[in-house]
Design a protein around this ligand. Structure first.
Ligand code: C5P
Length: 227
């Protein structure tokens, strides 16, 4: 059975306020995109990579792709459109596992990748890496006043990767698009079909590089993980 790794990398990363999309900012010697692909390859050298890139992307260099089998697809308006473009472009079997991983999460470890893959294979509704919420959660008014405290029991942060059978994920994202429902991860689309993907507790250092401060943090995490 083929494992497909879809990496949405067509975002602009505007919250970063940099001169280029955030996946091309450098951590150590390499751009974030190269770190992320290297981690995925370390865990799954036989997988097929599907990389979603903006059609106007002027930064991408194919030498950053370590995979023997890979294809490039055009990104869409939103992250879910990029992932759907990838699903439509590949010649996958219904039962193949598709794992989607944000390019902006370069600190993903091979251990977490393997754990999630096993869970996605075992669980028909799929699985996602996630982290139980540690802080007290506040519901804010538009003026940023704390209106109440939400119980944090049973609340998790959704991370990536998220893994599903090909046919289920395709149906879920097509249905989300058809109903014009904007989803920010794959699991939301699958939940809307009445499925309950498995939450798999992942490492806390699987950071999504989003704000300028995150660069130094991600660099430190990458160095610490090598020790
Ligand atoms: O901006 P944010 O960090 O939420 O984006 C999550 C991921 O989705 C990133 O890897 C980004 O490159 C990707 N993305 C995409 N196509 C878009 C928007 C975001 O592939 N239209």
């Amino acid at each position: 059975r083929t494992l497909w790794l879809i990496v949405p990398a067509a975002g602009q990363g505007r919250r970063m306020g940099a001169d280029r999309p955030k996946q091309y900012l450098t951590l150590g010697e390499q751009p974030i995109l190269a770190h992320t692909l290297a981690r995925l390859y370390q865990a799954f050298p036989e997988a097929v990579l599907v990389l979603c890139l903006d059609s106007d992307d002027a930064w991408f260099q194919p030498e950053w792709v370590p995979f023997a089998r890979w294809q490039r697809v055009s990104g869409g308006e939103e992250r879910m459109d990029s992932v759907l473009n990838a699903l439509v472009a590949i010649a996958a079997q219904e039962d193949d596992i598709v794992m989607v991983h944000d390019v902006a999460r370069p600190c993903i470890t091979p251990d977490d990748l393997h754990t999630l893959y096993q869970a996605a294979c075992r669980h028909p509704s799929g699985a996602l890496l996630a982290m139980p919420v540690a802080d007290t959660m506040k519901r804010a008014s538009a003026e940023c006043h704390s209106m109440r405290t939400e119980p944090r029991d049973g609340l998790w942060h959704a991370l990536t990767p998220q893994g599903f059978r090909y046919a289920l994920l395709l149906e879920a994202l097509q249905s989300a698009r058809c109903h014009q429902r904007l989803v920010t991860d794959e699991a939301s689309a699958v939940e809307a079909l009445g499925e309950q993907p498995l939450l798999v507790s992942g490492r806390r250092d699987n950071l999504k590089v989003t704000h300028p401060d995150d660069l130094a943090l991600a660099s430190a995490i990458l160095v610490a993980q090598l020790d």
